[in-house]
Write a protein that binds this ligand. Structure first.
Ligand code: PLP
Length: 377
């Protein structure tokens, strides 16, 4: 990769921070113990490191340590949450409420459960990507065992009214699961203020390693139980068996420890959007611009096709036309079409996601790249 190649796809994944990498390295070799073999020093050292990471992650989301279960990432955590709750509670009711703009990990899990007898309501969103709270309230019945709403959308950065949603869900005695994969590390997430019951996260979205994530499961008010997906060995309080990925978990903990909230990324993103608005007002549209959004995400509809922009900038810039997980599908974004964009408008939309290594100079260069396509006859 050329040294001046610009990476603006931080919502797809982030580079591992050097401090995170250094923290992880010993756990591949000298400190290689299995955290479950704590009768000897190698195992005990691994277990201590895992528990320190768990404490750090719990501190980040303001939960108790025992409420954090390690998984291989957010996709697994989502599967564990939704299938695990359905398995345990479907005798009470078989209804799940979710949103049409959720990540595919949620939507595909719900589709899978539909084949097993679940009834799923997919709430619509408005042009800003927000759900209507009274529609949510009406959708929940006494058969609703679970409501799943994403904290912040991975394609647009649009943030839902999580606290209000939780209130409605609890008033109807249902369980609230929240996919906070994109929110954690970018904005403050507090499971107690937000009253989230179950929540997934993933290390690689916050400068930690890929292949490690966690599920937060509330232990009181209400205590949430779920059926494990993976059996064998009884690790993670029986909820997720399998030898723990100790280096990955250590990295996840360190990534949480070094999260820093400042305005740098938001300033870059805002400068980018303001400059484009000034130059091309009327010709571009910022998707979700009237909603509160993540500070790093900008999803823009241009007059040109996203594939042409990507082809044009291929050797200089990494951006996305949708979610990393669905870009292989080559179909227009389900998030943007749910927000009312036509298929053709969705195909003219590009996601720019900034991160802590993004610079002003890079932003200026990207504005120039956009300008050169905008000004083409
Ligand atoms: N949920 C959201 C909102 C995401 O953005 C992603 C990653 O793209 C996932 C879930 C899946 O996370 P993971 O890559 O850890 O499985």
């Amino acid at each position: 990769m050329a040294a001046d190649y610009i990476y603006l796809d931080y919502n797809a994944t982030t580079p591992v921070d050097e401090k995170v990498l250094q923290e992880m390295l010993p756990y591949f070799s000298v400190k290689f113990g299995n955290a479950a073999s704590s009768t000897h020093l190698y195992g005990a050292a691994a277990k201590t490191a895992v528990e320190a990471a768990r404490a750090e992650i719990a501190k980040t989301v303001k939960s108790e340590e025992q409420e954090i279960i390690f998984t291989s990432g957010a996709t697994e955590a989502i599967n564990l949450a939704i299938k695990g709750i359905y398995d345990l509670y479907h005798s009470k009711g078989n209804h799940i409420v979710t949103v049409s703009t959720e990540h595919k990990a949620v939507l595909d899990t719900c589709k899978f459960l539909e084949k097993k007898g679940a009834q799923v309501t997919y709430l619509a969103v408005d042009e800003n990507g927000k759900i209507d709270l009274s529609e949510l309230e009406h959708a929940i019945s006494d058969k609703t065992i679970l409501v799943s709403v994403i904290y912040a959308n991975n394609e647009t950065g649009v943030i839902q009214d999580i606290k209000e949603i939780a209130k409605i869900v609890h008033a109807k005695n249902s369980i609230f699961f929240c996919d906070a994969t994109q929110a954690i590390g970018k904005i403050h997430v507090d499971v107690n203020t937000d009253r989230i019951d179950v929540m997934c996260m993933s290390a690689h979205k916050l400068y930690g390693p890929k292949g490690v994530g966690a599920l937060y499961i509330r232990r009181k008010d209400p205590r949430v139980s779920l059926q494990p997906l993976i059996h064998g060995g009884g690790h993670e309080r029986g909820l997720r068996s399998g030898t723990l990925n100790v280096p990955g978990i250590v990295g996840f903990g360190k990534a949480c420890e070094i999260i820093s909230f400042n305005n740098d990324v938001q300033n870059l993103r805002d400068h980018f959007e303001n400059a484009l608005n000034e130059k091309f007002s009327g010709a571009i549209h910022i998707n979700g611009k009237n909603a509160i959004r993540l500070p790093n995400t900008s999803n823009i509809t241009f007059p040109f096709k996203a594939v042409d922009f990507i082809r044009h900038t291929k050797n200089q810039l990494a951006v996305a036309t949708g979610s990393a997980c669905t870009s292989a599908e080559n179909s227009p974004s389900h998030v943007l079409t749910a927000m009312g964009l036509s298929k053709e408008e969705a195909e003219r939309s590009v996601r720019f996601s900034f991160g802590k290594y993004s610079t002003q100079e890079e932003v200026e260069r990207v504005i120039q790249m956009i300008a050169s396509l905008m000004e083409k006859p």
